[in-house]
Write a protein that binds this ligand. Structure first.
Ligand code: ATP
Ligand code: MG
Length: 660
């Protein structure tokens, strides 16, 4: 047994507690604290969505909230016009808040940059003028292949200002991924960066960008390169149509560009999904609906106020960063924190150091990060004063109750509500979660659908399932933040999301997110994971998430991934890959405790065939476990592509541990 200071341990009191109420103090100050909001939305749907739209400044007011005439190609606030950059920047400057901090940036080495709304206004304008000068016109797609530097949100907002949709490609992606996305979007402009720091070392990002550019089929008109590394740079010479960001900005000092009036339904950006499954899909989001939705959910769920300092530790290269580092928080005039580096550099308390330093009020992260913190132990957060925190959030995958409670106790000091927010790239913003000032929290269960969101759990025939039974998550009514189509591929859009449960002849459209879920008597939804992550063991259908949740409930287990391996008798057998907390070892007792945990939690049918202890799991750069690989390992198959992995070395190590 560990000595207790590295503890993932929780007192029995917390282990047993199944529901949690938001603290009084929180409720009193919450943006939304009256549960009547659910009924209000239902009673006056879709007009209730004006609440979201009212949080924005419109150039032309819309006359119709929702146009349903051409489902599933819905339109929101369609005849309204507005500009996203105006809403995220100018209006705060005009309202007398120009000296409030918009962006607090922290580099990996601890250097900081602070942008007030006035600073942001100046730089966004100057870069918008730059883009125009380089030939970018309204509706041209500008690709942003950038790490977590302030120039990234500045470039996004500059694009929005001139009506040029951006397509951000996560900096950790390969040269090929960049080329594929630029080709797919027919994008002729690139903004990138010379490099950035990872665990103290400079990375040569421009070499990768240049390699990617070689794979672009059409001409590229201009590339802008941010100088992040200075003297640590790799000495690349800029080519003919490549320009230095600072030089261009110098040339445009003092320039002001009027925000372009955009139709609500005009594209704000394109975002390719991370591609844990299949071909990347170009998800199209719009100016009016998306901005209204992210602003509304930032207000209602993240409870953001202009005077808050808020930190979402995701990368802007993912939808979470788009919606909840950039658009939502800036639209509300909040201070948003950006951090360049990793959570364990120089030490495992880096995030808590930042929370203390900036007195962060609201913190939003992913369960995979929380499980890492838990593995490292509570000594790290204990080093810092985290009492500024008011609210915590998670997104990206289900959070098991033990990790939830660890987060609640060791980060939130049992004084902060936690919002477990289910949503996707495609939904634009949060869809299923408690409202922190209203609802009871149930660790492990995301919560009820947000007001106005018509999410249900159904069986294969589309009938709602009984409480407690597993089924498929669907959304029956449209919502403002929804994707409008897949870029230049309406057919695939309908096929991917609207095929399964819709009745086109009756003009009834049901969105299918491809996640499994169950619902309880109170209407709380527990997400079970992707529908393709279901095992068939001796004719029983088992969700991998449920088994994983049982395993991580065992004391000493930090993280688990379950996949199916072929089995002569059972059809499929459960293979469990397990990471232990520091201080625990992969002994026979541990193995038995895990098997027992699964048998108790789900039943003997789910008993793992093999328990494989490993120090890490193969993860994509967005932090999602690559199950396909684990399956291939379980089946002793040749391994497919491993280039998108963050930690490719772990694969051979795991292979050596599976018994054949
Ligand atoms: P791709 O669609 O390209 O395969 P992806 O689905 O991983 O990639 P995202 O849109 O970033 O890309 O992730 C959305 C998915 O993440 C959801 O469909 C769901 O499976 C999971 N997810 C997100 N938030 C939660 C949550 N709070 N609880 C459970 N699962 C979640
Ligand atoms: Mg997905």
């Amino acid at each position: 047994m560990p000595d207790g200071d590295g503890d993932g341990e929780l007192e029995a009191r917390l282990v047993e507690q199944e529901t949690f109420e938001p603290p009084e103090e929180f409720v009193e100050q919450a943006n939304v604290s009256d549960e009547s909001i659910y009924e209000e939305f239902e009673a006056d749907w879709p007009r209730s969505w004006t609440r979201a739209a009212d949080l924005l400044d419109w150039e032309t007011e819309y006359s119709q909230v929702l146009d349903e005439s051409n489902g599933p190609f819905y339109e929101w606030f369609a005849d309204g016009t507005l500009n996203a950059s105006y809403n995220c920047v100018d209006r705060h400057v005009e309202n007398g808040d120009k000296n409030r901090v918009a962006i607090k940036w922290e580099g990996e080495h601890g250097e900081t940059r602070t942008y007030t709304y006035q600073d942001l206004y100046r730089e966004v304008n100057e870069f918008a003028a730059t883009l125009r000068d380089l030939g970018v016109e309204e509706d041209d797609v500008v690709t942003l292949y950038m790490p977590m530097v302030p120039e990234l949100p500045i470039a996004m907002l500059a694009c929005a200002r001139i009506g040029a949709p951006h397509s951000v490609v996560f900096a950790g992606f390969s040269a090929d991924a960049l080329a594929t996305r630029m080709n797919s979007a027919d994008s002729r402009y690139l903004v990138t960066c010379d490099g950035y720091y990872r665990r103290g070392d400079p990375l040569d990002h421009l070499a990768k960008a240049n390699e990617g550019l070689e794979g672009v089929d059409h001409g590229v008109d201009a590339t802008v390169v941010v100088d992040r590394l200075g003297d640590d740079g790799f000495g690349h010479d800029l080519k003919g149509n490549q320009h230095d960001w600072d030089d261009l900005l110098d040339d445009h000092q003092g320039d002001r560009i009027d925000p372009v009036e955009r139709d609500a339904e005009d594209m704000l950006f394109l975002m390719y999904t991370s591609g844990t499954t299949g071909e990347p899909k170009g998800v199209k989001h719009t100016t009016g609906g998306y901005l209204a939705y992210t602003t509304w959910t930032s207000h209602a769920v993240l409870d953001l106020k202009p005077e808050d300092t808020y930190w979402c530790s995701a990368d802007i290269g993912w939808i979470t960063g788009h919606s909840y580092i950039v658009y939502g928080p800036l639209s509300l005039g909040t201070t948003t924190v950006m951090y360049e580096g990793t959570p364990d550099y120089p030490e495992r308390d880096r995030l808590w150091e930042i929370v203390e330093k900036y007195a962060v009020d609201v913190f939003y992260t992913a369960p995979t990060a929380i499980r890492a913190f838990m593995k490292w132990g509570s000594a790290y957060p204990k080093r810092h004063d985290l009492s500024s925190l008011r609210l915590l959030g998670t997104v990206g995958e289900p959070i098991n109750p033990r990790a939830w409670k660890w987060y609640y106790k060791h980060i939130g000091d049992e004084a902060c509500p936690i919002v477990d927010t289910w949503w996707q790239t495609e939904t634009g913003g949060m869809m299923v979660t408690t409202l922190p000032g209203v609802g009871t929290m149930k660790p492990g269960s995301a919560g009820p659908p947000l007001p106005g969101i018509d999410a249900k759990v159904v069986d294969t025939a589309g009938e709602e399932v009984e409480a407690g039974r597993a089924g498929y998550l669907t959304v029956e009514k449209p919502w403002p933040g929804m994707l409008r189509t897949l870029y230049q591929n309406d057919e695939r859009f309908v096929q991917e999301y609207w095929q399964e449960y819709s009745d086109p002849d009756a003009d009834e459209w049901v969105y299918f997110p491809e996640d499994g879920a169950k619902i309880d008597d109170d209407g709380y939804i527990t997400i079970l994971g992707r529908v393709d992550d279901v095992l068939n063991v001796s004719g029983h259908r088992l969700g991998t998430m449920e088994i994983e949740s049982a395993i991580v409930g065992v004391e000493g287990v930090a993280e688990a991934a379950v996949v199916g391996g072929e089995h002569e008798v059972k059809g499929e057998a459960v293979y469990a890959y397990v990471i232990l907390e520091d201080g625990y070892e992969g002994t026979e007792e541990m193995r038995e405790a895990i098997i027992e945990g699964v048998e108790d939690g789900i039943g003997p049918i789910a008993r793992p065939e093999q328990v494989i202890f490993t120090p890490e799991l193969p993860k994509t750069r967005s932090g999602k476990i690559m199950r396909r690989l684990l399956e291939e390992i379980a089946n002793g198959e040749e391994l497919g592509d491993t280039t998108t992995l963050r930690n490719p070395d772990i694969v051979t190590e795991i292979q050596g541990k599976v018994q054949r």
